[in-house]
Every structure is written in C-alpha cells, then in structure tokens.
Write a protein that binds this ligand. Structure first.
Ligand code: BYC
Length: 314
C-alpha cells in the first residue's frame, strides 16, 4: 500500500516520537535509507575487528589480552545485532554481505587505517570507540524500533571499550619518554580520521535532510562531531597529550572548541576505496567468508534435519 494518506500518517507517527516497527507501514525510501545506514553500521563493526584482532597475540600482558579479546568479541556481537535488525527490513544477510563485497555498501572510513603498534590499540579504543559512542547514544532515540533497541545494548558495551582505550593511553603517558612519544604519535594519526567518522559537514551531507525529517538522525553530523571534540580535548590534556591541530582553540563565549579544517579530500579518497588498508580489509573479509562457508552449510543442514525430525514426530 502506498498513498499520500499513508505517508502523512507515517510522518505524523514519527513527529509524535513513536517507534516504527518492521510490520508497520513505511515509505520505501525510509526502508532503503535504513538498510543502507544499518548495514554500513554492521559492516563497520565487523571490519573494525581486523585492526584490533591483529594485536591479540601481541598484547603486553594477560590482563590486556583478555580485555582486548572481550572487546573484539563484543564488536562481532554488535555486528550480529545490527545485521539481524537490518533483516527485519526484508533483506537477507547474504544480500548484505554481497553488497559489502561488491563495494556497493560502505563501512566506516576509520577502519582503513593500520594499527601499527600497541598505542594504536589505545587510540582506537579511546578515540574511535569514543566517537562511535557519541553517535550511538544519539541513535538510541532513532525512529526505527529494532535499530533503537540494538543501540541501547551496544552503548552499554561501548562505554567499557572507550575506557579500555583511555586506560592504555593514560598508562603510556605515565611511562618512559619512548612510550609517551608512541602515545602522541598514535593520537596524531587517529585524531583526524576519528573526526571524519561523523561524516561530511551538514551542508555537504546528502542524506541528512531525510534522516532528520524521519528522525533516523536525532542530531546532525556536525553537532555530534562537536560533542566529541568538546568531550575529548580535555581528556587528552588531562593525560598530557597534545591535539594535533595548531588552530584548536576554546571559544570562551560558547564553551565549545573550534578546530582547524578537516581534510575532506582524504575522507573521500578513503571511502572510495583508496585508503591505506581498504584492499587488505576487503580481501581478508572475502577470504574468511569463503573459508567459513562450511559453517553456514553445516548450520543449514542441521536446521533442515531438525525440521524433518519435528515433522515426523508431528
Ligand atoms: N565512513 O549524507 P551522509 C564502531 C558516507 S563502528 C564511510 O552524511 P549519512 C567500532 C555515507 O555513507 C561504528 N562513509 O550520510 C567497531 C554516504 O555515502 P552513501 C560505525 C561515510 O548516512 C569496531 C556519504 O558519505 N558507526 O563503533 O546521513 C571497533 C554521505 O554522507 C562516513 C556507524 O556506522 C564514514 N565515516 O551519515 C571500534 C553509525 N560518513 O551511503 C569501533 C551509523 C559518511 O550514500 N551511521 N559516509 O554511499 C550513521 O550515523 C551515519 O550513516 C553517518 C553518515 C553519520 C556515518
């Protein structure tokens, strides 16, 4: 069913702050918008396991290894919640993965940078998960019920992730000169890409006006970026790290930090597939997707066998 009356009713439900559920009427464009965003979000969680997974065997203590393992496992789980939530919109997991492999679906710019040393694991937890939380706290109030509920669970786990990263950075900043230099170097490399995670400026964001109208986005890209900046700069200063931006400045009047220009050419290059690790990330995903095919086949065979047994009993 599609007519003006249904679209008006849908918009009035959104305006009243109601959740839209999978069986409710929704305009096709709303459904497509959500599939795009939620699948990209899911892919980001799963691809995001790669730069960190690289450091599990090299974590400097048993404690840090256990914490990192738990964090990466959470990320796999977040991917699963999000794929399942996206499936309620009438698309299969197989199609979603095909879109990732064909390059039709994106994943976050941030995971196309390498994690070169242990300080990078600190910077990822602190800055990358820190940026992700700011975005996801806001998405808890998104209009699509299954997405909103997935966000509530994800946010609980994400705050532990951010603290894991900050703890690593704080510890290194209390260490030797070399450790301090490593932490600063990681901050220098991750700061700008983390700011890009919020997407282009509002004026250059083609999906924002629909997203705001449909309350998929409850705050804009620039509003969320500013929240992250205001929260993170004092955390950096507290442990002696310097923000790699000569133009950064606190505006006493508004209480907000002003920052220098973001390199949007770099952002566009990376999301078009030309970042330092795009090829490596995709090759890895494709390889293990094919290598793991037998697990999916076995699960399917088990399901069919069980269904046959149940039929025989009935
Ligand atoms: N990276 O109109 P716009 C995590 C694309 S992972 C790549 O503003 P929108 C974690 C955008 O897709 C957390 N592409 O778009 C995991 C669009 O292109 P398409 C990931 C980006 O959707 C492991 C075009 O640019 N979080 O937490 O209104 C370890 C125009 O942009 C990016 C989410 O995914 C980007 N950063 O707003 C550690 C949050 N930004 O699709 C941590 C959910 C923009 O037309 N997503 N693009 O080809 C969102 O909130 C929104 O989709 C965005 C972008 C704010 C990201």
């Amino acid at each position: 069913m599609h007519n003006e009356h249904s679209d008006n009713h849908f918009q009035s439900r959104i305006d009243k702050g109601e959740h839209i559920e999978s069986k409710d009427y929704m305009p096709e464009a709303y459904r497509k918008h959500l599939i795009r965003q939620m699948s990209q979000h899911a892919h980001s969680e799963v691809i995001g396991m790669q730069p960190e997974g690289n450091w599990i065997t090299r974590a400097p203590s048993l404690r840090s290894k256990q914490i990192l393992l738990a964090k990466i496992q959470d990320e796999g789980g977040h991917g699963l919640y999000l794929y399942s939530a996206a499936e309620t919109l009438g698309i299969s997991r197989t199609e979603l993965i095909e879109q990732l492999h064909s390059g039709k679906a994106k994943y976050s710019n941030i995971f196309n940078y390498p994690a070169l040393n242990w300080a990078d694991i600190g910077a990822i937890g602190w800055l990358v998960d820190g940026a992700a939380i700011v975005n996801q706290v806001s998405l808890q109030r998104t209009s699509y019920g299954p997405y909103s509920r997935a966000m509530v669970r994800i946010c609980k786990e994400e705050s532990f992730h951010q603290r894991q990263g900050y703890e690593i950075m704080a510890k290194m900043m209390k260490g030797t000169k070399d450790q301090q230099a490593m932490a600063q170097d990681a901050m220098n490399r991750w700061w700008w890409p983390a700011l890009m995670m919020f997407g282009p400026h509002d004026t250059d964001s083609p999906h924002s006006s629909d997203a705001v109208k449909w309350r998929i986005k409850r705050e804009t890209n620039d509003e969320l970026r500013q929240k992250f900046i205001d929260k993170t700069i004092p955390q950096a200063e507290l442990i002696g790290l310097t923000v790699p931006d000569k133009d950064v400045q606190l505006d006493e009047r508004t209480g907000h930090y002003k920052i220098g220009a973001i390199n949007w050419d770099e952002f566009h290059r990376v999301i078009k597939g030309h970042g330092p690790c795009n090829k490596q990330r995709m090759d890895h995903h494709v390889f293990y997707h094919h290598t793991g095919a037998w697990v999916r086949e076995a699960a399917e065979a088990y399901r069919a066998k069980k269904a046959k047994k149940e039929m025989a009993v009935a």
